[in-house]
Design a protein around this ligand. Structure first.
Ligand code: ADP
Ligand code: MG
Length: 254
């Protein structure tokens, strides 16, 4: 992929709900190999922007591009193009082990299909061993190594949310979208989340991180888009954004 072409781009996105201009002309460009933060006050349009980018909402106007190509119209097709969003409420297989949950996340990209899986053909077995190694590595980043044999249902709230992120990463997306992932996590879990985001970025993939935990955003993001009342009010590196008067005004001036 051309590194100069954004992994995900929204141009002039508009989404109104009745009289509410939830998203009112938003431009956002997410580079491959970056963690891109989206911040803004409550109700400023962050989640709606993501819903437009993933085609969960039909936009009133504007364009979405994935690696420079127009995005398909339907959410599942967007996911197939490698843009994956992690939901706030974990959808785990609670009665399965933590490791099996991650392996299940990898199934989507399995090329060998059911017959070779059932027959356990050599290529399938090699692939399964590689998948297990990769799953173990991801669980280590998430600080969940010691828990891989445990039932997912027995994890704490924060660990479940981390596992949901690991599972999404394991499915092999090129853009991972996280909507307020740090909510309800303890500091050690937030550190684990930061490690996962950085590892993902260092593999040339993109993370879109919607967050209100400002410390976490400033620590992990390469670029930040700041939204207020459905409009972009600033975009830049963490230091730049932190010092921007319009941003201070949006956060403090109300
Ligand atoms: P954020 O994620 O930044 O907190 P949202 O994107 O959820 O903000 O919401 C932006 C605005 O759009 C808010 O005023 C919210 O009430 C409104 N909104 C969001 N979703 C809907 C919806 N499905 N129907 C009507 N209004 C909505
Ligand atoms: Mg939101």
């Amino acid at each position: 992929a051309d590194p100069d072409v954004p992994a995900l781009e929204g141009r002039g996105l508009v989404k109104h709900f009745g009289g509410v201009k939830a998203v009112d002309g938003i431009d956002i460009s997410v580079a491959a190999g970056s963690v891109h933060g989206v911040i803004g006050p409550n109700g400023s349009g962050k989640s709606t922007t993501v819903a437009c980018l993933t085609r969960f909402h039909k936009v009133d106007s504007g364009d979405v591009l994935i690696c420079g190509e127009p995005a398909p119209d339907r959410p599942f097709a967007v996911a197939e193009r490698g843009v994956t969003r992690v939901f706030q409420v974990p959808h785990l297989f609670e009665q399965q082990s933590v490791l099996d949950n991650v392996l299940a996340g990898m199934r989507g990209r399995e090329k060998y299909g059911l017959p070779s899986a059932l027959l356990r053909l050599p290529a399938y077995r090699r692939r399964e061993a590689a998948s297990r190694a990769e799953a173990a590595q991801l669980l280590a980043f998430a600080g969940l190594s010691g828990r891989s044999a445990q039932l997912a249902g027995s994890l704490s709230h924060g660990q479940k949310r981390l596992l949901e992120v690991v599972r999404a990463v394991a499915s092999g997306p090129r853009v991972l979208i996280l909507d307020e992932p740090a909510t309800g996590l303890v500091p050690a879990e937030i550190d684990a989340l930061a490690r996962l985001c950085r590892a993902f970025r260092d593999h040339g993939l993109a993370v879109v991180l919607i967050e209100h935990n400002m410390d976490f955003v400033m620590r992990v993001c390469d670029r930040i888009t700041v939204i207020d009342s459905g409009k972009v009010i600033a975009c830049g590196g963490p230091e730049e954004v932190r010092a921007d008067p319009a941003v201070l005004e949006a956060y403090l001036g109300r």
